[in-house]
Design a protein around this ligand. Structure first.
Ligand SMILES: [Zn+2]
Ligand SMILES: [Zn+2]
Length: 283
């Protein structure tokens, strides 16, 4: 495992620091909430079911945080690859980086680099999503959704355990804690508990929406930018499109973020639907 690069974790743009801090803060609050409020209500400390649920929680947490880190720390540029000095068709010259930028790459003015197969600049990581880190970004979303789903499952069990019944007041308070608090439904279930439960519901819905949006684009072989411009020339069929993002060992990447899954492409040369792989001779 490579050394952790702490300096790259801090977003460059002030506007990105707020959403990144929100995600990490919410994650910490959620862990403490589950461990110190929900777990003691549901399980005997260090019993078999306590240990099983703790292991599931830790597995989800480390996979999320590992993919989060790698989607930030991965180099998104062409790295040691030498780019041609003559501008080829579909290539663009980037005056900031002073390089000829490959097809599908574009310059991010926040990251201040030319990102290979740039998808978008993510507010929640403070870094771009592109050819080299899209796998980590998608797995981060998947583990965020799974974590939120698991937390919701525990929270519903917890709510039921506390009230011994699921009536409409509990449902209202669970989804809209402020309304529950105003109407005085939260005598048994405290306002902060409800707030945390409903935050988990919102996180689940948000992450599912983002997975749906980005997976639909990946299956079509489009980046967000190409989707906006109606470019579909890099679609190689959903199966190859998935391999291009998740790598040749896609079936293992759910286990651990640091498991290697080499990408078939280099992020510089792309097969177009109408043409063969561009043969670029470096001059
Ligand atoms: Zn550039
Ligand atoms: Zn960026």
């Amino acid at each position: 495992m490579a050394m952790i690069k702490w300096d790259v974790l801090i977003p460059k743009k002030t506007g990105d620091k707020i959403p990144v801090a929100f995600v990490l803060l919410e994650l910490i609050i959620e862990i403490f909430f589950e461990l110190y409020v929900v777990f003691p209500t549901l399980f005997e400390p260090f019993s078999q079911s306590y240990n099983i649920h703790l292991s599931i929680g830790l597995f989800l947490f480390f996979n999320f945080i590992g993919n989060f880190y790698l989607s930030i720390a991965t180099d998104l540029t062409s790295g040691p690859n030498i780019l041609p000095s003559v501008l080829k068709p579909d290539w663009t010259y980037c005056p900031t980086c002073m390089i000829n930028s490959p097809p599908r790459a574009s310059h991010c003015f926040i990251c201040n680099i030319c990102v290979l197969k740039r998808d978008h600049h993510c507010l929640y990581t403070g870094k771009c999503v592109g050819h080299n880190n899209q796998r980590y970004f998608m797995m981060m979303l998947v583990y965020f959704a799974l974590g939120a789903l698991y937390a919701n499952y525990l929270n519903i069990e917890f709510t039921y355990e506390m009230l011994n019944s699921l009536n409409w007041r509990v449902v209202v308070t669970f989804f809209a804690p402020v309304i529950g608090w105003i109407f005085g439904f939260t005598q048994s279930l405290s306002f902060l508990t409800c707030l945390q439960c409903s935050t988990c519901v919102i996180c689940l819905m948000l992450s599912l929406g983002m997975i749906y949006y980005h997976l639909a684009l990946i299956l079509r072989g489009q980046t967000t930018r190409e989707w906006r411009k109606g470019i579909r020339r890099y679609n190689r069929g959903w199966c190859q499109n998935l391999l291009d993002v998740f790598g040749t060992r896609w079936y293992l990447i759910w286990l651990w973020p640091w498991i290697s899954s080499p990408l078939p492409g280099d992020g510089i040369h792309f097969v177009k639907r109408d043409k063969n792989l561009e043969n670029v001779k470096d001059i």
